[in-house]
Design a protein around this ligand. Structure first.
Ligand code: SF4
Ligand code: SF4
Length: 204
């Protein structure tokens, strides 16, 4: 399920993400959480950068912070896992039409990257993760997650998606006792989406 709004925080300073991570860590300690969110939105001029109204910006930040908090809680368990997979969203492929040469196998269900474009971030992430021993899936939607996890018993999953999809997949992983690490899209919109490669490298 996508957000009802689109966002692009790819141009917001890196310090924003450090601050988000910090607040994710302190999440439970904030009595004035909403005030903190509004301060960050103002400080990083998120509304000006994204065109989001205040309530949508709050939803987005709240999801990013919760996600960081869950990542931190799960990190220790994840680091102990051996059999891992990376789930990438199909919307981050360079092309969404037949210029993308990835083959789709509905029985998995997943695309397999054919490495047609060196500057495609899905291609880069696919190569990187495979070198580290991950199986890689390029998913058309979060509903594919339970099917894959029932077919192959993974211990750890790194998942890239927008906040809404991550929330749904996180619940599925929790129910199956799989350690998860989530990487949010920094630009959503269901096509030409973007995730941060540095974050992916650190997480893998
Ligand atoms: S590099 Fe892979 S995912 Fe990207 S457009 Fe080509 S086949 Fe598709
Ligand atoms: S932005 Fe990507 S991950 Fe999020 S709902 Fe759309 S297609 Fe799925």
């Amino acid at each position: 399920m996508p957000y009802k709004f689109t966002y692009d925080i790819s141009k917001v300073p890196r310090f924003f993400f450090t601050e988000i991570a910090l607040i994710g860590y302190q999440r439970g300690m904030h009595k004035t959480f909403l005030k903190t969110l509004q301060d960050i939105i103002q400080k990083f001029r998120i509304q000006e950068a994204t065109g989001l109204n205040l309530s949508d910006a709050v939803v987005l930040l709240q999801d990013l912070i919760n996600l960081q908090a869950v990542n931190l809680i799960e990190r220790g368990k994840f680091l102990q896992t051996k059999k891992r997979a990376l789930f990438l969203p199909h919307c981050a492929r360079k092309y969404m039409d037949n210029r993308c040469k990835a083959a789709f196998d509905p029985s998995i269900p997943s695309y397999t990257c054919a490495h047609c474009s060196p500057d495609c971030i899905v291609n880069k992430a696919d190569c990187l993760a495979k070198k580290k021993g991950y199986d890689v899936y390029i998913l058309p939607g979060g509903s594919c997650v339970p099917k894959i996890l029932k077919a192959v018993r993974y211990e750890g999953i790194v998942g890239v998606a927008c906040g809404e999809e991550i929330k749904i997949s996180g619940e599925i992983l929790g129910g199956m006792d799989v350690a998860g690490q989530a990487i949010p899209l920094i630009k959503n919109g269901c096509a030409n989406t973007v995730f941060n490669m540095e974050t992916l490298i650190k997480t893998l």
